[in-house]
Design a protein around this ligand. Structure first.
Ligand SMILES: *Cc1c(COP(=O)(O)O)cnc(C)c1O
Length: 497
């Protein structure tokens, strides 16, 4: 299996190169040349496999230049019951009839990013050994809150790697900030920037593709890579849990093999929902892909009109990991839908960086309409949904998951569709304790740890150990810089400035 760049179809690489580079030199994203087919027989046989076995199977279809031993090494070390609380890895909660919350947050940092970022260090170091022998990998991360912590936790003290994480100073929750600034590990650094997530992401992409910087790294035997969902090694592990969940629902007798399901995803950078799209294209019976956004509803507008326009107000919401106006992975979807035409992608994304806007063709619009349904909900709706779901079903959602639940209710109301539905639950409610508490009580203590205790008292839900332990960890990273200083900061931290 080869990988192509969305902005240059002549650029063809093996998976080890796609993963160790992260992004193609001209700024395109790597995509597999074809999507392997999964039959219902294969899904049937998956019902008898463990999560790790399912992961190995799916990864082996795509990572054809890895040996079976290498794939086993990656999957077995990443997905342990110790790290994810049980062998189930991705746990399913049935909240109402025909409605399943896929809890992707039982990993070490309490957000769904762990599903990919626990395995990425293994995929990346294995890839680099084969494709970039002896080079030190420098990973730059732009985070809206959860990726940063999950990447730091995955890569801390991994030999041959260094990591710098940039987060928007005022754009993350208290707990997310605490998680990052107390991070341990000798190869990692964390830096706040005076800007929002899009500024961080644009800055990181610019450094990646700056030839002078790339050459400077090469002189010191270093190469850049990415732990953001622009890296194929981030996206592929996310395909696994959609296939796995379907197999689990068949196994539990909740659906019959071949039944279609809907999938609802609270969306920011379009990585998680793109993985669901890939699973559908591989043959998973999926009816609608439902894209849920918060007040930053650029995707709702795009998926309903075909016009992408980032020229709009940016809102800091209670679901900060979705506060994004430039959803990078949309590029991979559009590459697929426009007949894999790299010139078209260069045109649209050139317009996006110049004017902040582009409009797709009628053919692409028609395909989008067939595949997707999109909706959004603001902070009030989010709060309402957390409260309703708790009082009605005694189920506590975090703010991001609540956006998805809210939009799913809108979908059902608008379409009357009763198809069984999987809703991606992307974070532990304890990660956003103050907003979640605000939805179920008027008494919100000031202190973030007191908030956690209060949430525990009201809900009875166990507090994740990783969050409780933060209280005793010293803050290591206090710096904050302007966005123009990102490049200089990276070089300085690497000791080559
Ligand atoms: C990252 C994140 C999202 C958005 O996922 P994308 O793959 O960027 O669309 C949603 N919820 C939570 C809690 C997240 O951390």
């Amino acid at each position: 299996m080869q990988y192509l760049s969305t902005r240059d179809s002549q650029c063809r690489v093996e998976s080890t190169q796609a993963i160790s580079r992260g992004i193609s030199v001209e700024g395109g994203l790597f995509v597999p040349e074809t999507l392997p087919a999964i039959t219902l027989d294969t899904i049937q046989s998956m019902t008898k496999m463990s999560y790790v076995e399912r992961a190995k199977y799916v990864l082996s279809l795509f990572l054809t230049d890895f040996t079976p031993e290498e794939i086993a090494y990656c999957a077995e070390n990443a997905y342990t019951a110790e790290k994810f609380g049980s062998d189930q890895i991705a746990q399913i909660s049935k909240v109402e009839e025909g409605e399943y919350l896929l809890e992707l947050w039982h990993g070490p940092t309490c957000a769904f990013k762990d599903m990919a970022l626990q395995i990425l260090p293994y995929l990346l170091t294995t890839s680099a050994k084969k494709a970039a022998a002896g080079k030190e990998i420098v990973i730059l991360v732009a985070t809206s809150g959860d990726t940063g912590k999950a990447a730091l936790e995955g890569f801390k003290d991994v030999p041959g790697t260094k990591m710098v994480v940039f987060y928007p100073q005022d754009g993350v929750s208290q707990m997310q900030k605490r998680q990052m600034t107390t991070q341990e590990g000798n190869n990692v650094a964390v830096c706040a920037i005076e800007g929002n997530f899009d500024d961080a992401q644009t800055g990181v992409k610019k450094i990646f593709t700056d030839q002078a910087v790339v050459e400077k790294l090469a002189q010191h035997n270093m190469i850049f890579s990415s732990a953001n969902s622009i890296n194929w090694g981030r996206l592929l592990p996310q395909v696994v849990y959609y296939l796995s969940t379907y197999a689990e629902l068949v196994k539990a007798g909740e659906i019959q093999l071949g039944d279609a399901i809907n999938v609802v995803v609270p969306t920011g950078n379009f990585g998680n929902i793109l993985a669901a799209y890939y699973a559908k294209k591989m043959g998973l019976p999926v009816n609608k892909l439902i894209c849920a956004s918060n007040a930053n509803n650029v995707l709702t507008d795009f998926l309903t009109t075909g016009v992408y326009d980032r020229n709009r107000e940016f809102y800091a919401t209670t679901s900060p990991s979705m506060d994004i106006l430039i959803s990078s992975n949309l590029e991979r979807l559009l590459y697929d839908l426009c007949g894999r035409n790299d010139a078209t992608i260069r045109d649209w994304f050139g317009q996006l960086s110049k004017t902040g806007r582009y409009e797709v063709s009628e053919e692409v619009k028609a395909q989008i309409k067939e595949l997707f349904w999109a909706g959004c909900c603001d902070d009030n709706g989010t709060k309402q949904t957390i409260g309703d779901t708790f009082s009605k079903d005694h189920y506590l959602c975090d703010t991001h998951t609540a956006v998805a639940v809210n939009v799913y209710r809108q979908y059902k109301e608008a379409t009357g569709d009763e198809t069984k539905t999987v809703i991606a639950s992307t974070a532990s409610p304890y990660k956003f304790a103050s907003s979640v508490l605000g939805a179920i009580t008027d008494q919100i203590p000031e202190d973030e740890y007191a908030q956690i205790d209060e949430l525990n008292r009201i809900s009875g839900l166990p507090v994740p150990k990783a969050l409780a332990e933060l209280k005793n960890k010293p803050v290591r990273f206090t710096g904050s810089i302007e966005k123009a200083e990102m490049e200089e900061t990276v070089l300085k931290l690497l000791g080559i400035g």
